[in-house]
Design a binder for this molecule. Structure first.
Ligand code: PHB
Length: 402
């Protein structure tokens, strides 16, 4: 990759490739367990902080951030939601998480989670190299893997580790280190995407609104009293420049309209992105001294808001298992990670897929397909079992199950 000579060598038990929320949370939890880790990240802090991502944390994850001392800002700036609304057939139907399962979800954007974690690492003296290039991960099949990279001031480093964690997101390069003939990639592509906007507008509804309509899906989310996040189903190849504010608002209003007269409060749109989505899992998550965590190993469509939550669960399990592995020197302990992580991964894959097919319009679908979908939604909102199922999955499975 580069002929530049290594100028700095560091011995560290754990090297983490990727300093997004998974990599940073893992480093934070390992530090609390007395295990040193160094994280490297190709993007700068500012680049990560300007990428808009989803905004929902399961209550268990919100609690983990607060209780492990990352930050209590979520308690001040986050919003606890005790339910969501499903809209279809021109009406809203509330799913009352608090009453059904005694749980809630927190609206707190992923960028804020990242900022809190990056600040906590800096506060605690954790080593994180942002803006690195030419990262190479070597010798993962043995017990002395290395990570080489050039830092933002041009110095070539080598980390000599016992374990390397690939927490390098959905475009992971670490996952390609598992030989192709020994790994399986499970995929599902969807024939639609989300058009995401940020707008300077007042809040339109007290909780998130997931709307199914014959024109397609829409999601009404929030950021602050004055900034709102909304999405609508679009073609995966949609060109954001073809959408001016008037067209965006007309589309969103049409998808939430109904006989109850509900409508959105409009404002100028200042961010537009198309989010393509797919379901993906690569197994195994461990190969020799390499372990994959978060989006590097699995991605879900955003409908169930599980991506960040799954990543945070992976690293909580991994920190526990890895700390015991490093402290005991018994490599076999690390084998506990994958089965514990995968159970939740596949549950979340199912839930994300289910929420997606429940609410989106598949191109080419018939009047029958639309009426059947309304029938399924009626079964969900019209029975306590249906509402409880949705509430339980959305707010997350108890940690003790994994
Ligand atoms: C968001 O606020 O960005 C958001 C909320 C819920 C989702 C996905 C995204 O399911």
């Amino acid at each position: 990759m580069t002929d530049q000579e290594v100028a700095e060598t560091t011995e560290v038990p754990v090297a983490i490739v990727g300093a997004g929320p998974s990599g940073l949370m893992l480093a934070h939890l390992l530090a609390r367990a007395g295990v040193d880790a160094v994280a490297v990240e190709s993007r700068t802090r500012a680049e990560i902080e300007s990428t808009h991502r989803a905004g929902i944390l399961e209550a268990d994850n919100a609690r983990a951030l607060v209780e492990t001392g990352v930050s209590d800002r979520i308690l001040r700036d986050g919003h606890e939601h005790e339910g969501i609304e499903l809209r279809f057939d021109g009406r809203g139907h509330r799913i009352d998480f608090a009453e059904l399962v005694g749980a809630s979800a927190w609206l707190y954007p992923q960028t804020d989670v990242f900022t809190d974690l990056a600040d906590a690492r800096a506060r605690d003296g954790g080593v994180v190299h942002y803006g690195v290039r030419d990262t190479e991960v070597l010798d993962v099949e043995g017990d002395a893997p290395r990570v080489r990279f050039t830092d933002s001031s041009g110095i070539r480093h080598e980390l000599r580790a016992r374990y390397v964690i690939g927490a390098d997101g959905s475009r992971s390069t670490c996952r390609a280190l598992v030989p192709q003939d020994r790994s399986t990639q499970f995929f599902k592509e969807y024939p639609f995407a989300w058009f995401g906007i940020l707008t300077h507008a007042p809040v339109s509804a007290p909780e998130l609104v997931y709307a199914q309509s014959e024109h397609g899906f829409a999601l009404i989310s929030q950021r602050t009293d004055a900034v709102q996040r909304m999405y609508f189903q679009c073609d995966p190849d949609e060109d954001v420049d073809a959408w001016d504010d008037a067209r965006i608002w007309e589309t969103l209003q049409q998808r939430v309209a109904g006989r109850d007269g509900f409508s959105l409060r409009e404002g100028p749109v200042f961010e537009k992105t198309v989010l393509r989505f797919r379901s993906f899992v690569q197994q195994p998550m461990r190969w020799g001294s390499l372990v994959l965590a978060g989006d590097a190993a699995h991605t879900v469509p955003p409908t169930g808001a599980k991506g960040l939550n799954l990543a945070l669960h992976d690293v909580q399990i991994l920190a526990d298992v890895l700390a015991r592995t490093v402290h005991s020197g018994d490599d076999a302990v690390l084998d506990e990670f994958e089965p514990r992580a995968l159970q939740r991964v596949w549950r979340a894959q199912n839930f994300s897929y289910w929420m997606t097919q429940l609410l989106h319009t598949t191109p080419g679908s018939t009047a029958f397909d639309h009426r059947r979908q309304v029938g399924e939604l009626d079964n969900v909102v019209g029975t306590r079992a249906g509402r409880t199922y949705l509430a339980e999955q959305y707010t997350g499975w108890p940690t003790r199950d994994t």
